[in-house]
Design a protein around this ligand. Structure first.
Ligand code: CP
Ligand code: NVA
Length: 302
């Protein structure tokens, strides 16, 4: 694997298997109470410019379980917030830490950080991508469905960071991806063009959620308003009104379709309460797997 995990596009075929095999073993060890301190004495810096529950807890607990420690850093409370450059921060932090995880706004900032850092940098979400989430979601699909091969994933909603990372994954792995997004809220154009060229099972983008959901094995959604877009929230509620995963949409999918959401969820908006809390939803298992998959990533990179 490369030095950093900045996106899914940079991963090679064997990397996916490597991560998931390790994640499975780490999950088993944890469930069996078997200690696995492979990162004893190692440190991970975690820079957060945006809120987080799952990413922070799973990385922090993950490092602890592997025998290392994680430092929670916010730009506001560090000199980064007072204008210290990315270059200086990255070079200097590389002398203290063994790895850095960053959640911020611009993808470019994470890439710049990685360029100047001599230690691995992990993208913990940007406006453009959320690679750790989708790597973990694919692990969940494999657990529940046996494989991701030939399955159909329907993504309903905003063409945001989650949608973009799904497209990058569909470009690399043999599953089909059908996206339904309202006009003006499509995924990133470049990522979509590249994905469509490279995908073996196809990536489609339609306006009608029912069309995307038809015969899907997985129905996936995310918030209508991502972090940083709060001012658009009311407008988005109107535009996305028909882009909700509810019982009607679930009927269009396969009988045994699984409902996924990266969380946090807004019940009554992108997903109906009776669906997210219903028998086909796997959202809590999905959230748990962030821990195991990220531990695998940490073990490989650090
Ligand atoms: N899904 C996810 O990344 O959750 P957090 O924003 O809580 O980290
Ligand atoms: N699209 C959401 C994902 C949160 C995990 C956001 O960026 O806020």
């Amino acid at each position: 694997m490369k030095k950093d995990l900045l996106n899914i596009s940079d991963l090679e075929e064997g990397d996916f298997e490597k991560i998931w095999r390790k994640a499975k073993k780490l999950k088993q060890n944890l469930k069996n109470g078997k200690p696995h301190a492979s990162l004893k004495g190692k440190t991970l810096g975690m820079i957060f410019d945006k809120s987080s529950t799952r990413t922070r807890i799973s990385f922090e607990v993950g490092m602890y379980q592997l025998g290392g420690i994680a430092l929670f850093l916010t730009s506001r409370d560090t000199q980064i917030g007072r204008g210290e450059t990315i270059a200086d921060s990255a070079k200097m932090m590389s002398r203290y830490l063994n790895g850095i995880m960053i959640r911020t706004f611009s993808q470019q900032s994470v890439e710049d950080f990685a360029r100047f850092a001599s230690i691995p940098v992990i993208n913990g979400l940007t406006d453009l991508l959320h690679p750790c989430q989708i790597l973990s979601d694919l692990f969940t699909i494999r657990e529940k469905k046996g494989s991701c091969e030939k399955i159909k994933v329907a993504y309903i909603g905003d063409g945001n960071n989650i949608a973009n990372s799904w497209i990058e994954a569909a470009a690399k792995l043999p599953f089909s991806l059908a996206l339904a997004c309202p006009e003006g809220y499509d995924p990133d154009r470049k990522i979509m063009e590249k994905g469509r060229k490279e995908a073996t099972e196809g990536i489609t983008l339609v306006r009608d959620p029912l069309k995307a959901a038809k015969d899907a094995d997985v129905l996936y959604t995310d918030v209508w308003t991502s972090m940083g877009q709060e001012a658009e929230s009311e407008k988005r509620k109107e535009i996305f009104e028909n882009y909700q995963i509810n019982k009607r949409l679930l009927k269009a999918a396969k009988k045994d379709a699984m409902v996924m959401h990266c969380l946090p969820a807004h019940r009554g908006e992108e997903i109906a309460s009776d669906v997210i809390d219903g028998p086909q939803s796997v959202v809590i298992d999905q959230a748990e797997n962030r821990l195991h998959v990220q531990k695998a990533i940490l073990e490989i990179l650090l």
